[in-house]
Design a protein around this ligand. Sequence first.
Ligand code: PRP
Ligand code: MN
Ligand code: MG
Length: 175
Amino acid sequence: MDDKIRVMLSEEEVAARINEIAAQVSKDYEGKKLHLICILKGGVFFTCELSKRITLPLTMDFMSVSSYGSGTVSSGIVKIVKDLDDPIEGKDVLIVEDIIDSGNTLSYLIEVLKQRNPNSIELCTLLDKPERRVKKQVQVKYTCFTVPDQFIIGYGLDYDQIYRNLPYIGVIEQQ
Ligand code: PRP
Ligand code: MN
Ligand code: MG
């Protein structure tokens, strides 16, 4: 493996921004039933870091989805591979993702989860790549960083399942 990786956002830059977002979430969800939903696998690292910095009581659950499609192009068809363990009725759901790309995953998930009668449902993402958006209706409440259309890895994001554990956000340079 000899991919050339450039650091786009350092561990320190990411931590500082997650601190800000966690403070904002802590303010906005005061007195509410905050329920984080982590979207596996990419969302795991951000969910851990974010939740450790939120100063409110909260609950969390995990969901795994897969989008069918060839290569890097998402088909827009999403399948639930692992559903939530707990009901979300009456809860203030905050979906936590590593990246919003086409928006297919999230537009589907939000529609499915809305039918389970949460009190509210919002989206929090580490990265947003708006240039790639197909589903324009996806509304993101909290975005840590907006990124250009490049091949991004680290902090949960993989390239063929590798590099998720990089503690920073990197870009694979074209050789
Ligand atoms: C990635 C990413 C988001 C989704 C975003 O997950 O973590 O969940 O794609 O793409 P979209 O906006 O075009 O739907 P992936 O399906 O690669 O699974 P992973 O998290 O297990 O890597
Ligand atoms: Mn994912
Ligand atoms: Mg992936």
